[in-house]
Design a protein around this ligand. Structure first.
Ligand SMILES: Cc1ncc(COP(=O)(O)O)c(C=O)c1O
Length: 475
């Protein structure tokens, strides 16, 4: 039997292609090489142009190739590329924290910047634990999160997250301080005839039960994404849910950590997604839209009461990274946040979000294989279903979401589809999250190309399954 290696697969696909020494996400196929970006457009090495309709993974917010950001980065590199935070702070880091927190939104008063969303989540877990140690409550050692959540891929963040498939290979080495309750995912899990209020009460009761099962004085925090991103596809909670879970946390003196790494920094139409929920977190994590892809930067925003506990205790946060608050990354993020404010891009997110929602509903509202159209602002998703009435997903072995991704690329469209939408194993969705500078013509083009990609992918599947049913049974 032939043993498949990365290179034998390459040789078979394109014998002339150069060997890649990169370990890509998929080893059996190499991704396209993208060489430049401008606004919404990405240009590939062979000259093809792609509309970036998902900002990568909801990252690009001011579009690609922004001159102001490029200049700010160049200026900062020339002035000061790096200084260690053990001894120094820098102008861009201070200015970025000030821009985000000068008015202490929701009581958040301090920022901590790192290089990735996963690092931000790790930082939040450690800060929350340290908060209770400083307060003289060292018995608090547990975190509660939700099934189907994603909080990052480092071991702590992965253990916090509730996505079965992503956790599976690592389960035996994941920390045991984490447990999970049901997500607020109305399309699949709100019972028929159950009102929003009843659904919220049921979920709040489940969370309360989990606190009591663990021992309420052992819980550090409950953590959730205000709008669930990559794993389920832009799932916002039903009204009242976040107020109810905040109350449960308050009842037992635990913290509420809201992970806005994907849905925050304006993506859903407000700077913080929690603004639309009527609650404030004790710690908020943010990431993708902070640096818009120009630099690797993420962070956490922390409430004054948490910082005060450390200030009046040990006087230090027992955690750090070499590249935390990197001055070049902070300079890029600062310029991006200034552009968002000065150009009032959040008004555009809201207006174009409405248009995107309308056009998706017009185009896919009666589509036999689109079960749900959901999201907020420029953070929208379509869920693909085999049977709309029964909300029955496609066979996960088809990996329909992957097929849609590649058909979209052929149509000149970059989108962010995923599988395991419903429970980490089954379900397919396509996430659409264009940069905040998107215009009405772009929206129309995105919806047109997406419709073509989805229909082509579905036709191929139908053709394949009819071939399967026509072919004689194997003897
Ligand atoms: C909600 C959420 N938290 C955390 C992360 C992890 O961020 P990163 O990939 O930058 O480590 C992600 C990434 O998709 C995310 O969507």
């Amino acid at each position: 039997m032939e043993v498949m290696t990365a290179n034998s697969l390459r040789d078979r696909k394109d014998p002339g292609a150069p060997v890649s020494h990169m370990l890509h996400r998929t080893i059996s196929s190499q991704p396209e090489i993208v060489v430049s970006g401008d606004g919404l457009t990405l240009t590939l090495a062979d000259g093809r142009q792609i509309i970036d309709a998902s900002g990568g993974a909801a990252v690009a917010c001011v579009g690609h190739g922004n001159r102001r950001v490029a200049d700010a980065i160049a200026a900062q590199v020339q002035k000061l590329a790096y200084a260690h935070t053990g001894l120094f702070t820098t102008e861009p880091a201070e200015a970025l924290a000030n821009l985000l927190l000068h008015d202490e939104p929701g009581g958040l008063s301090h920022a901590f910047f790192v290089s990735s969303g996963s690092e931000a989540v790790e930082s939040a877990l450690k800060l929350a634990r340290q908060y209770f140690v400083e307060k003289g409550e060292p018995r608090r050692t547990r975190f509660i999160a939700r099934h189907q959540s994603y909080h990052g891929n480092t071991l702590g963040a992965l253990a916090l997250g509730g996505h079965l498939a992503r956790r599976a290979p690592y389960e035996p080495i994941l920390g045991t301080a984490f447990s999970h309750v049901s997500p607020c995912f109305a399309y699949h899990y709100q019972a028929s005839g159950e009102s929003d209020q009843q659904y919220v009460e049921r979920l709040a009761r489940e969370l309360d039960d989990e606190f009591r099962r663990l021992g309420p004085d052992t819980v550090i925090a409950f953590c959730a994404e205000p709008v669930v991103g990559a794993t389920s596809g832009c799932v916002a909670a039903v009204p009242g849910y976040f107020k109810a879970v905040r109350e449960v946390c308050d009842r037992y003196g635990a913290l509420l950590i809201l992970d806005e790494i994907m849905c925050g920094t304006g993506r859903t139409g407000t700077m913080h997604a929690w603004e639309q929920e009527g609650v404030t977190p004790d710690i908020e994590t943010l990431g993708k839209g902070l640096g818009g892809g120009y630099q690797a930067i993420a962070g956490m925003l922390i409430s004054r009461r948490v910082v005060d506990a450390l200030a009046s205790g040990s006087g230090a946060f027992m955690h750090g990274h070499t590249y935390q608050a990197h001055p070049v990354a902070c300079a890029a993020a600062l310029e991006i946040q200034r552009i968002i404010q000065e150009e009032d891009l959040l008004s555009n997110v809201r207006a174009m979000g409405r248009l995107l929602d309308e056009q998706l509903r017009e185009r896919f509202g009666a589509h036999p294989h689109i079960g749900d159209i959901r999201g907020r602002g420029l953070f929208m998703a379509l869920e693909l279903v085999e049977d709309r009435d029964r909300k029955q997903p496609f066979d996960p072995r088809l990996a329909l979401h992957e097929r849609v991704k590649y058909r979209a690329l052929e149509c000149g469209l970059g989108v962010y589809p995923s599988g395991g939408t419903i429970d980490g194993k089954v379900g397919d969705h396509v996430l659409i999250a264009p940069p905040y500078i998107v215009g009405p013509d772009d929206i129309e083009m995105i919806v047109d190309r997406l419709a073509l990609a989805i229909d082509t992918a579905l036709e191929e599947e139908t053709a394949k399954s009819s071939l399967r049913s026509e072919s004689p049974a194997p003897r």
